[in-house]
Design a binder for this molecule. Sequence first.
Ligand code: ADP
Ligand code: MG
Length: 227
Amino acid sequence: AEEILVRSEKMSVAGQLAAGVAHEIRNPLTSLKGFVQLLQAGIDGKDEYYKIMIDEIDKINSITSELLFIAKPMTDDRKEEIISCMLQDVIILLNTQAKIYNITLNLEVESDQTIYCNRTQMKQVFINLIKNAIEEMDKGGVISVCVTSDQNYCYIEIIDQGPGISSHIIHKLKEPFFTTKKEGTGLGLMISNKIIENHNGKIDIKSNQDIGSTFCICLPLSKKETN
Ligand code: ADP
Ligand code: MG
């Protein structure tokens, strides 16, 4: 019975995704068709139309590339990885973008650990969460990435100084296609959550209005197998 439950849950996620994709791609396609028709009719204002059309194509493009990431058969090769190394890689990658917005990325490692994980997927999660933090901080500031641990778990917190998240949307953040951004896909947190759940962890979201948001990734520490 449990297996059936798990399967039907997976089905509904797939169904949810399919419906979302159809919807998200149909909108820009409808708009594209309209502009092609206008161009065909020889209407003035071509430059403006081309710009909008390219934006719509970009939107479809980013949705499909994020979906391809999900659809990719999970070659799930996991190894012992040092948390701070993965975070350092990601921070180097995102530093250029952060600087443009006057944002400092601070890595604070209180207790470094290794976790048994898929490096590529784990880095994808860190990228998604730090990028989200950057995108909320248009006035600049500091994003702290803190690594702590206790006996059984490690905690990776991404703490921003953005506007926070209002309580009536906080439960929707992990749903596919939920976005408050003009250029958003609403897939980043859904994918991140899936990856962390696959690693037997979870993502907690906390918000302090006007102080910022904290996304806390909790992952089980690797234990030496004793058979
Ligand atoms: P996207 O970034 O494409 O919008 P995500 O799944 O990454 O999609 O995020 C979904 C939504 O969650 C965002 O549109 C935003 O409203 C909210 N969100 C995510 N991270 C933060 C954050 N650090 N601070 C405030 N809101 C956030
Ligand atoms: Mg995002």
